[in-house]
Design a protein around this ligand. Structure first.
Ligand code: UDP
Length: 522
């Protein structure tokens, strides 16, 4: 059994120095170590020995390597994206605190060192056994590992986990299928198992949910927050001036009712996008942002960035999160940001998780182009009283439970008793079909419903029965009364829809605030 390591000193030493990204991560790791350490023992009973075996885990953060260009590190203090660093910091701290043997690599040199490539033979592929049980990396890191491990990567593939914020759908992951059917992207088609991709929010059930945590409050802090809330204080979500562009109208309406704060990075002068009536604090260190959120009543998103950690932090500190609805939804078909990403997901608002899994009164999603509606919403918010709220899956305890079921290979997970077979409407994905019934699509169950009998169970009369490679199968085509089974398990996919097919969907129930787990899962 691993000894839990609440002293994170040795881990911090491994992270290294000399880059703002690494300093940002270390500050966060230091701040949250105690929170992780106190959560772990509370779970000992629940986990009953699961995930207690010590794993050797390599964490290779590809996007921070010089070799991939490291575009993020120089922007850490300038309003660049921080979400990924939040997530990696949390992964490292949690694995260490839980007693695993963690090695960290942020350069090719370190990667080679850990993978046992002899010095001076930089491109020599790894031979022999892999010295790790698990390797957590990202798409950049995956490419680097392929380059340096060559063919042996294939042999070790099942040990790899890819941190992939926005997710990768099976149609894009399957090399042959992607190539033949137009799903090839620059991110690659790695033929991994869908569950090896780990997302930041539970938006793509074909992938696993990795998450991150928000700082948790004790009772005293909750009381202080409620006492100190300033009813007419709003903070705008947007650390880069470009996120404020074209929002004059919205800001003017908001300013009728509230004082507006911002944390926009600037060099010497106020950026022109940020009006003079906004109290701009400049980019704040994370803990100072928390303090600001504790006082504010409202946190307003302007549509970008998508699905970041900040709204959860705001809600956890008792703010209402007000965000724009996207109509039509943003996707790789119509928005530059998602173009070329290996997903067809339609994003219905700036933060779909906040919209769908948290909702009112903590989250209010409206059309920002409708000035009257926006105005009325602000007036409504002035009257609302909201308490701090953090979904269980974003607490240390909640997330350890989920990771425990990911990291330990529980063969009978989730239990088959949770399966609910449904058919989708034409044009509907299984994600949507399950969700309308208050359920979640569970790709692990596809193998049980990819059988002829599933069609009769749903009262579909099959004139013909075929088995093909198609990420929408198993499915029923009403036009030809044709029943189609899935030929390649790698293509089992909750995502994807077509007006031609009613798909067969393996759904399951879920715990409120912990979507990755079914009710009887642990
Ligand atoms: N953040 C910060 N200072 C600020 C604004 C944001 O430290 O002035 C942190 C915030 O606490 C959050 C992280 O930046 O954890 C990521 O924020 P965001 O939701 O904007 O996502 P991103 O686009 O950076 O990934």
């Amino acid at each position: 059994l691993p000894k839990k390591q609440s002293d994170i000193g040795p881990l911090l030493e491994q992270v290294g120095t000399g880059k703002e990204s690494l300093s940002f991560m270390k500050r966060r790791m230091r701040r949250l170590a105690a929170q992780w350490a106190s959560a772990a023992p509370r779970l000992d009973d629940k986990l009953r020995g699961r995930w207690r075996e010590q794993k050797r885990i390599l964490v290779h953060i590809g996007f921070l390597t010089e070799e991939s260009g490291d575009v993020f590190s120089p922007k850490v203090l300038k309003g660049g994206p921080l979400g990924e660093m939040v997530q990696w910091a949390d992964i490292l701290t949690a694995f260490h605190v839980l007693g695993h043997d963690v090695k960290i690599s942020v350069s090719l040199k370190e990667l080679h060192g850990f993978l046992g490539v002899p010095p001076g033979r930089g491109s020599c592929p790894l031979t022999g056994p892999l010295p790790f049980d698990l390797i957590y990396t990202d798409y950049h890191g995956l490419r680097q590992m392929k380059h340096h491990m060559g063919l042996s990567l294939r042999k070790h593939k099942c040990h790899i986990r890819v941190i992939d914020t926005f997710g990768t759908e099976p149609a894009y992951n399957h090399e042959e299928y992607a190539t033949r059917h137009g799903y090839r992207t620059n991110w690659g088609y790695w033929n991994l198992h869908g569950q090896q991709y780990m997302t930041m929010f539970p938006h793509t059930p074909d992938n696993s949910f990795m998450g991150f945590v928000a700082e948790e409050l004790n009772e005293t802090e909750r009381l202080f927050i409620q006492r100190d809330k300033v009813n007419n204080m709003a903070v705008v979500y947007g650390k880069d001036a470009s996120m404020w562009k074209g929002k004059e109208n919205i800001l003017a309406i908001l300013y009728r009712y509230m004082e507006i704060h911002g944390t926009v990075y600037y060099e010497t002068q106020r950026p022109p996008e940020v009006p003079a009536f906004v109290k701009n604090h400049g980019l704040l260190p994370q803990h100072e942002l928390q303090q600001l959120l504790r006082k504010a009543k409202l946190f307003v998103g302007f549509g970008f960035p998508y699905e970041g950690p900040a709204p959860l932090e705001a809600i956890a500190n008792g703010c209402i999160f007000l965000q724009p609805k996207f109509n039509p939804p943003h996707s790789s078909l119509n928005h530059e940001f998602f173009r070329g990403k290996p997903t067809s997901r339609k994003v219905s608002s700036q933060h779909p998780y906040a919209e769908q899994h948290i909702g009112r009164p903590h989250v209010i999603t409206v059309d920002f182009n409708n000035s009257e509606e926006f105005d009325a919403t602000i007036r409504e918010i002035m009257k609302l009283n909201v308490e701090p709220f953090l979904p269980y899956e974003y607490t240390c305890e909640g997330i350890i439970l989920i990771w425990a079921s990911n990291v330990s290979s529980l063969s009978s997970w989730p239990p088959l008793s949770a399966l609910r077979l449904l058919s989708s409407q034409q044009g509907q994905s299984c994600v949507e079909a399950c969700w309308t019934e208050g359920l979640i699509c569970e790709p692990a169950f596809y193998r049980f419903i990819n059988i002829k009998e599933a069609f009769s169970a749903l009262d579909f009369q099959c004139e013909g029965l075929e088995s093909e490679m198609n990420h929408l199968f198993p499915a029923f085509s009403a036009e030809h009364a044709e029943c189609s089974l899935q030929h390649d398990p790698l293509l089992f996919s909750c995502a994807g829809s077509s007006s031609k097919y009613q798909r067969l969907c393996p759904c399951r129930d879920f715990r409120k605030g912990q979507v990755a787990l079914c009710r009887d899962c642990l």
